[in-house]
Design a protein around this ligand. Sequence first.
Ligand SMILES: C[S@@+](CC[C@H](N)C(=O)[O-])C[C@H]1O[C@@H](n2cnc3c(N)ncnc32)[C@H](O)[C@@H]1O
Length: 261
Amino acid sequence: MTARPSSLPVQVGQNAPIDLFFEKEAPGWTNRYLSRTYQQRRNLVLSVVFEELSKTRKKGAEYRALDFGCGAGVFVGALSTMGISVTGVDRSRAMIEAAQSRLRARSHTEFELLRDGSRNDGAYRQRSYDLVLCLSVLEFVVSPEEIIAQLAALLAADGLLILTVPNRNSYLRRFERFAFDHSSFNRWLPGLNHLALQDCYLRHQTQQFTAEELVHSTKRLGLEVEQHRFHVAPTLCAPIEKLEKVGMMMLLSFRKRIHTG
Ligand SMILES: C[S@@+](CC[C@H](N)C(=O)[O-])C[C@H]1O[C@@H](n2cnc3c(N)ncnc32)[C@H](O)[C@@H]1O
C-alpha cells in the first residue's frame, strides 16, 4: 500500500481535519446514497452479503457482523433488516449519533464511538464476527495495514471480510487526481467543480490501493481473497467499469482460513 503524497501533513487525533470533515458530513451522509454511484456500491456490497448469508448455517441474530467505520449506519440498517446482529463502530461522534437516531428502534443493533483515550474504546473487540465490513474507510487512515490486521483478528474462522477502497490503477482516478491538482481544470470543467471545493474528499485521502497489493499484504493474516470487483465510473464509461483500468472503486472479499497444520 503506497501512501499518496499530500500537500498537507496528515494529522491524527479527534480534532484532525479528517475528523472535522466527517463530523460536518454526518447530517447529510445518508442522502449520498440517493446518487447512482453510492447506490451501486451499496447494492454490490449487499449482493455479496446476501450470497454469504445463503451459505451460512447460522440462523438470524446468531450471525454477527461488524461494520468498522460505519458512518451514519446505512449498512448497519440494511444488515439488521436481514435479521442479523450488527455492531457499528466509528470515530465520528456526529456519524454515530446520526446512525443511532435513525436506527434506535432496531433490535440486535449496537454502536460504539471510538474516541482517543476513551476507556470504553474497544468493547467491540471483545467478541468475534462472522462478517466484517470496512467500506470506504481505509483511504482516510494513516495505517490501513494495522486496521486490516485488527479486523482479521476479529473475524471468526471461515468468516468474511469485505473492503471497498479507491482503485489506484484506474485511469479515471489518475485523471481525477490530475484535475484536483490543476485548478484550471477543476474550476472550469463542468462535472469537476466539486474538486475545487475547500472540503473536497481528496484533500483528506491518505492513499489509494491496488488489488494486487491488498491481496499480497493480507495473505500473512490468513486471509484468502474470494473476489475482487471493479466498479463506479461516469455514465459514459459505465459499460466498461468492471475493467481494472476503469472502475474507480474496488470491492474485495476475503475468507479467513485457519490452517491447522
Ligand atoms: C467515507 S465514510 C464511509 C462510511 C460508511 N462506511 C459508508 O460506506 O457509508 C468513512 C467513515 O470512516 C470513519 N473513520 C475514519 N477513520 C476511522 C478510524 N480510524 N476508525 C474508525 N472510523 C474511522 C469516518 O468517521 C467516516 O464515518
